[in-house]
Design a protein around this ligand. Structure first.
Ligand SMILES: [Zn+2]
Length: 472
């Protein structure tokens, strides 16, 4: 079958490859308003699977879903000083409604700490009301001057968890638990190996005491922040006066957290697993896990339908591609582009021989299997492919994580991409110096001792091990 190259190779121009995949796999396109995004059915189905899996994990920690308003009075954002300073440049503000100027402008939510904490102040009276564990699935708006589909768009979709606790320590435990939910989801479901760690003060969420992150390494060597979890301490509790009566009758401020993960994770899946032939989807989030391609109508198609029914009965998301007006090669290329993990191809000659061809997308390996064992073979390949994609992502990151103890060496090598592991003294000046001329940032403070006794930049005693990279 003729299969012409339809994508710019990754090695030639990675950003163009990304754009090509998003377009050719029919994932998304730009909307008419600058920075907006249309999510097409294939990507939406991927998002629904991601959402269902994440939602299940979040609820398993005792969190309940709720919904809060899209419009937030401007004065609410101004209550927490760092929060409003951090978000001001990105805000979309409604000044008119129903043909009249509004008495108070309304912000289109960039995040919902303010409105949710306003309600928390009403809902929380006693220590018996704690902890209060809420999650919201919603869209948010952050004005974006350099939009890129899935990675940066003015409007995006996410979940935002918001919790209130009796003590700072409990809030810290919740912050870490949410981070672990993200890490497990990213590794087990998205098959993306991630680094977890704390953000430096400069990269912290506006209004947070501590921010933690999951960072993936994309196939161009750039890091991508995939989810963050914040201990907000008492900052929002003071701003919104969220107090409770403790067991011994004292009024105390609650400690709050927030944590979010977004449609950006679809971008991470594309850039972690995609290859020169298109997307490679981990089976856990593939809308069609097995695509069955009958070469012709008639008996071949009937046998394929039976096979599909057998797979569905076993809980596999199976899809029969009956677009016979398209050539077999074209249909096959289409599913490679879209990243369907396993294909079962059947023609008349194979049917006579009692065989089918099973193709796995991750390795592109094709093998003939007996027809009566085809469903089982496909199921095994799904499990194998989920594991293999994660192993590949992990191996990629490990091969591109470089210990470095010399500033010049770091500056020379940063252009090649990857994580650079180094010792840092904790000073903002050194952090800034790392970025000058390199465009790199501290992605995460990671656990473990500093890899050297002195800071890579200024030679002061080091306090942290950090991973530095260029990032999206
Ligand atoms: Zn330093």
């Amino acid at each position: 079958m003729a299969t012409q190259a339809v994508l710019t190779p990754q090695g030639k121009d990675f950003p163009q490859w990304y754009q090509d995949v998003v377009a050719r796999a029919e994932l998304a396109e730009t909307g008419p308003a600058r920075g907006s995004m249309v999510i097409r059915p294939w990507a939406w189905a991927i998002w629904e699977l991601m959402q269902a899996d994440m939602d299940r994990r979040i609820k398993a920690t005792g969190v309940q879903n709720a919904y809060f308003p899209l419009f937030i009075p401007m004065s609410f954002l101004e209550k927490e000083k760092e929060h409003v300073e951090g978000f001001s440049p990105e805000l979309a503000v409604v000044t008119h409604g129903g043909g009249e100027q509004l008495a108070e402008p309304l912000v289109v939510r960039p995040t919902s700490e303010t409105v949710i904490n306003h309600l928390f102040a009403k809902w929380i009276q006693s220590h018996r009301d704690l902890p209060l564990l809420i999650n919201q699935w919603a869209n948010v708006v952050r004005w974006e001057l350099r939009p890129r589909l899935f990675l940066r768009t003015t409007e995006f979709l996410w979940q935002e968890g918001h919790t209130a606790h009796a003590t700072y320590e409990e809030a810290q435990a919740e912050t870490m638990q949410a981070l672990e939910v993200y890490r497990a989801f990213m590794e087990e479901t998205l098959a993306v190996a991630v680094v977890v760690g704390e953000k430096s003060a400069a990269e912290r969420f506006a209004g947070a005491d501590r921010t933690y992150t999951c960072e993936g390494l994309m196939r161009d060597g750039k890091a991508l922040q995939m989810g963050t979890s914040h201990n907000l301490g008492h900052n929002f509790a003071r701003a919104f006066d969220i107090q409770y009566l403790s067991a011994d009758g004292k009024r105390e401020y609650v400690a709050t957290t927030s944590w979010g993960s977004t449609t950006r994770m679809i971008g991470a899946v594309i850039m972690t697993h995609g290859d020169d032939h298109g997307l490679r989807l981990p089976p856990a989030i593939a809308p069609h896990q097995v695509v069955l391609l009958p070469l012709a109508e008639g008996e071949v198609a009937r046998v394929v339908d039976k096979l599909a029914a057998e797979l569905r009965a076993e809980g596999v998301r199976a899809h029969v591609d009956t677009r016979f007006h398209l050539s077999f090669g074209r249909r096959s290329v289409d599913w490679e582009l879209k990243g369907a993990p396993v294909r079962i191809e059947l023609g008349a000659r194979e049917l006579d021989a009692g065989q089918a061809t099973v193709v796995r997308r991750d390795t592109r390996a094709k093998s003939p299997v007996p027809l009566d064992g085809a469903a089982r073979a496909a199921r095994e390949l799904l499990e194998e492919s989920q594991r293999a994609l994660h192993a590949e992502s992990l191996a990629y990151r490990e091969a591109r994580t470089y210990p470095v103890d010399d500033l010049d060496e770091f500056r020379e090598r940063i252009g090649g991409g990857g994580f650079f592991r180094m010792a840092w003294c904790g000073s903002a000046a050194c952090e800034q110096a790392l970025g000058e001329g390199t465009g790199a940032t501290i992605r995460a403070i990671v656990s473990g001792d500093p890899p050297a006794p002195t800071c890579l930049v200024d030679g002061a005693p080091s306090t942290h091990a950090v991973l530095v990279a260029r990032a999206y």
